[in-house]
Design a protein around this ligand. Structure first.
Ligand SMILES: C[S@@+](CC[C@H](N)C(=O)[O-])C[C@H]1O[C@@H](n2cnc3c(N)ncnc32)[C@H](O)[C@@H]1O
Length: 290
């Protein structure tokens, strides 16, 4: 399988300014932050980074730690935009800013896939704060947005309102992704596109345990059953897991062997503004019917 890289270029409200020595400096609107980045093993372009805050990791590699922020950074967040989508960024305890900017080229790719489709219907599993949902809704898709966390779904609906998209055809569901997809299969439903961004580990609203390596094969099999030869795409991203892009690519290829189109796998990267180098952020596998 040939690997592809899908690279996020800087945009008005987001850029990876510089990276190196295990850290990265990014801009989120008018604020700059430093976060740990183990993959940035190289030397940074500059060593006098100025930022409005820094995430100081705890002793535990996978979690813990805290933000050190200047008083100007609003605790309730601030407004950012990507194309038609407007959303709140804020410094979360999970190191990130409440959305994943490296997904921007994925949002564009999916919009390209549904171009020309009449009222396409797409599913966003593990949809979090909903920027992907809004990106597709703005391009004319009817959306089903699924996330186990009531708080995340509320944040996503808030982002829809901020974007002036509260009246777009979006079903906002607080549900376990696996259970929801299995139910849709039983109902004989079909979709034009599916995006899924499963965490390594998670919990459904009723305590259902999600473990990526155990749950992914069944979930991909069910997603395939919701797509047919007229569907447009499936996009799977995986972060922070000891898996190769080839492994998830072969998994998707096996399940999509009987559909037209192609399966590709590779890495998501973000372009550093200082030198143009690419910082890898996630692996992905995708199917498209073109
Ligand atoms: C932000 S995405 C994952 C992003 C990225 N893959 C990562 O791990 O950093 C995680 C989302 O999945 C949701 N989630 C976790 N377990 C779930 C489940 N069983 N069903 C539906 N959503 C779930 C969480 O509420 C959260 O909003």
């Amino acid at each position: 399988m040939t690997l592809v890289t899908l690279t996020g270029e800087p945009w008005a409200d987001y850029g990876l300014i510089d990276s190196g020595n295990g850290r990265k400096l990014e801009r989120y609107g008018r604020f700059r932050f430093i976060r740990p980045e183990p993959q940035a093993m190289w030397a940074p372009a500059k060593d006098d980074w100025k930022a409005d805050g820094e995430f100081i990791p705890g002793a535990d590699e996978d979690g813990g730690g805290r933000w050190q922020l200047s008083p100007e950074v609003p605790a309730g967040g601030w407004l950012l935009a990507w194309r038609e989508a407007k959303f709140t960024a804020s410094n979360t305890p999970f190191r990130h800013l409440g959305f994943f900017p490296d997904m921007a080229p994925v949002w564009d790719w999916m919009r390209g896939r549904i171009e020309g489709a009449a009222a396409p219907e797409c599913l966003n599993l593990f949809g979090y704060t909903g920027v992907g949902t809004l990106a597709l809704a703005a391009a004319g898709a009817r959306m089903v947005h699924v996330d186990a966390s009531k708080k995340s779904v509320e944040a996503a609906r808030g982002n829809a309102a901020l974007s002036g998209m509260a009246d777009k055809p979006v079903r906002w569901l607080v549900e376990d992704a696996g259970k929801f997809v299995a139910r849709e299969v039983r109902r004989g439903r079909r979709y034009d596109g599916i995006i899924l961004d499963p965490p390594k580990w998670g919990r459904g609203p009723n305590g259902e345990v999600w473990k990526l390596e155990e749950g992914l094969p069944g979930l991909i099999a069910d997603c395939r059953r919701l797509l047919d030869a007229d569907s447009r795409f499936l996009f799977l991203t995986v972060y922070a897991v000891r898996l190769s892009a080839i492994a998830i690519g072969e998994l998707v290829r096996q399940h999509f062997a009987d559909l037209p189109g192609k399966v590709e796998a590779g890495e998501l990267t973000v372009r550093e503004e200082a030198r143009g180098l690419e910082l890898p952020t996630a692996i992905f596998a995708r199917w498209s019917n073109d």
